[in-house]
Design a protein around this ligand. Structure first.
Ligand code: AGP
Length: 609
């Protein structure tokens, strides 16, 4: 997610803003920029890459020490390459306005076309540049900038946190939010807006948490919060932040991993943004429009991304009738019997977009003449650049080495692909699409509501089993990949040996391991395979194995620990199962005093073989 900071006060604003951006660096970014007014003109300085590049440019831009109002931005590209021309701030054509933005304006293409027809020109690929010119256009008919800003925001659909400057009001900043974080910092003779509290924590601990659909206008000594819909004033309590800087960067969570687990409802919302028809009866994946529906799809990935693909296979085959083969990248790349050709599509899944084995697999697939498709989180990463087409998960930077929200976003994208190809192949009816899309739209609220109780249950069970030296994770059908992921999470976080297994495989050898020291975590949901998995659980119990059963209300199961979560029919139940597995591993590792965000021996991106 991008980082935003706006400052209006009594200090030299440019250093305050640069340091604020530095305190937001942990969020990840690929370009940065600053905007301020000087001598009646708007000045914008931007640079690709890290903040040091921006500081070098600022040094050459001449003294701005007299400037006491400025804004800054670190960009995490969601669409539009991470180049200077796409970096923020963006200015209106007439040079009167500048804006920084975090989020996605779903309908920016339509707005852009209308503005272009009115003679506006665009120098970037961003939705942000469209928004600032829409505000400039509305200012022609609205009584003032505030009204023009509000009018433009009411036309913009999607998510935004924005800060806006006007060269005619050099000491004033405007800001607004909708479905993207923006916090107001109340200082003494100075005020701040920022994506996150760390940006201004050294200057003030007093904050106003702006709500969605609100606008704020501020200068050094005053601020006013209003509703975007009708500009009626809003009063919020000023709260005092008790966190230290490090806690603030984690949003108050103990670890980035926990923060990212709790971000998953928003990750689902963000992945859906701009990808559903207005009637909510079709999926829009324009990145795939030029590609045929695959005759044969090969999914290749590593680790958690491989587990996402294994899970997605069920949907792609059942909903789109696309035959899927799946393989881990390190095996795929060395297999001599690869039979690939133009009728094959190879989908490589990679959060980082830099995993060596996965990148090698992509290149080999291309050499064999197959179509290649990337599913990545990092815009402009190697895999994203080299694949014939790429879909972005829009999950924002994942800081913790253990992948959590990335998997949720990958599964969400695979679900959208299954619906999209199903509708294109004519095998998924409009009713079937509407039903599945409605289920997807309900997920964020369902997960949001359940996370606190999931966390409490995970904490309790982790204390009970933290001394285990071994664990089985069992699942069937679309829960088998989840069992693999649960085992991986426990292994990589708590260093407890854990085996993920297809439950039906237990009697083919692994059950020899089971005794009272070897507990089992079984995923036993209310679906057609429940009787089968329950038999497997009985087999484990007959060998004195202890069992945690993750199941749904009303399911008749008698084990040491029954963990019930709300039932969601079909494979989308995975979006409630996965956070349980993540939280159990997180709490176990934290209880054992492990380095949760940086487990031993692991790297966030395995860029070597
Ligand atoms: C997941 O928790 C691990 N950190 C690891 O398995 C990771 O998923 C794997 O290395 C693949 O990374 P990628 O998605 O960036 O390609």
């Amino acid at each position: 997610m991008c980082g935003i900071i706006g400052y209006a006060g009594h200090r030299p604003a440019v250093p305050v803003v640069v340091e604020g951006l530095r305190r937001l660096e942990y969020r990840g970014y690929d370009s940065a920029g600053i905007g301020f007014c000087r001598s009646g003109e708007l000045h914008i300085v931007r640079a690709e890459g890290k903040l040091g590049n921006l500081e070098e440019k600022l040094a050459k831009a001449g003294p701005a020490v007299t400037v006491t109002c400025a804004m800054g931005h670190t960009r995490w590209a969601t669409h539009g390459a991470p180049e200077e021309r796409n970096a923020h701030p963006h200015a209106s054509n007439d040079g009167s306005l500048a804006i920084v933005h975090n989020g996605i304006i779903e309908n920016y293409q339509e707005i852009k076309a209308d503005l272009a027809a009115r003679g506006y020109v665009f120098r970037s690929d961003t939705d942000t540049e469209v928004l600032v010119n829409l505000i400039a256009e509305r200012r022609k008919s609205e009584p003032d900038l505030l009204h023009a800003f509000a009018a433009a925001l009411r036309e913009a659909h999607g998510a935004y946190a924005v800060c806006l400057f006007d060269r005619d009001e050099p000491d004033t900043m405007y800001a607004a939010r909708m479905a993207a974080p923006l916090i107001f910092g109340v200082g003494t003779g100075e005020n701040f807006v920022a994506s996150d509290i760390p940006a201004f924590l050294p200057y003030t601990r007093k904050v106003v948490f702006l709500e969605d659909g609100e606008i704020v206008r501020a200068d050094a000594n005053s601020y006013a919060v209003m509703r975007t819909s009708d500009l009626t004033p809003v009063t919020h309590e000023v709260k005092t932040i008790q966190w230290d800087m490090q806690a603030a960067q984690k949003g108050g969570y103990r670890h980035f991993m926990l923060k990212e687990i709790f971000e998953q409802p928003r990750v689902i919302t963000d992945a859906l943004t701009g990808r559903l028809s207005a009637a909510r009866d079709a999926v829009l994946l324009k990145e795939l429009d030029a590609l045929p529906v695959p005759k044969r799809l090969h999914i290749v990935a590593c680790g958690t991304s491989y587990h996402s693909g294994l899970w997605g296979r069920h949907l792609l085959e059942n909903w789109a009738h696309v035959p899927v083969q799946i393989e881990i990248a390190s095996e795929f790349r060395y297999r001599e019997s690869l039979m690939l050709g133009p009728d094959d599509m190879v989908l490589v899944i990679s959060q980082s977009g830099e995993t060596a084995d996965t990148l090698a697999a992509l290149r080999i697939a291309a050499e064999h003449g197959a179509q290649t498709l990337g599913l990545c989180n990092v815009v402009g990463s190697s895999i994203a650049r080299e694949a014939s087409a790429v879909l972005y998960t829009q999950a924002g930077p994942e800081i913790s080495v253990a992948s959590t929200k990335a998997m949720t976003s990958q599964m969400l994208m695979l679900t959208l692909m299954a619906i999209y190809w199903g509708q294109r192949a004519g095998v998924l009816s409009a009713e079937g699409r509407r039903e599945r899309i409605a289920q997807l739209l309900a997920l964020p609220a369902q997960l949001e509501a359940q996370l606190p109780s999931m966390h409490e249950q995970a904490r309790m069970l982790s204390r009970k089993y933290a001394q285990a030296r071994n664990f089985f994770y069992l699942g069937r059908g679309h829960c088998y990949p989840l069992a693999l992921e649960g085992a991986l999470k426990l292994k990589e976080l708590s260093y407890i040996h854990a085996e993920g297994y297809a439950a039906g495989e237990m009697k083919h050898g692994p059950i020899a391991l089971v005794d009272q020291t070897f507990p089992t975590f079984a995923i036993a949901l209310d679906d057609a395979l429940f009787p089968k998995i329950r038999s497997n659980i009985l087999e484990v119990q007959a060998r004195q194995g202890h069992v945690i059963a993750l199941t749904n209300p009303g399911m008749d199961i008698a084990v040491d620990n029954v963990w019930r979560i709300p039932a969601i029919s079909g494979p989308l139940s995975a979006f409630l199962v996965l956070p349980c597995l993540q939280l159990f591993s997180y709490e176990t590792a934290d209880y054992l005093g492990k380095d949760v965000d940086q487990p031993r021996n692991l790297a966030k991106s395995v860029t070597v073989e």
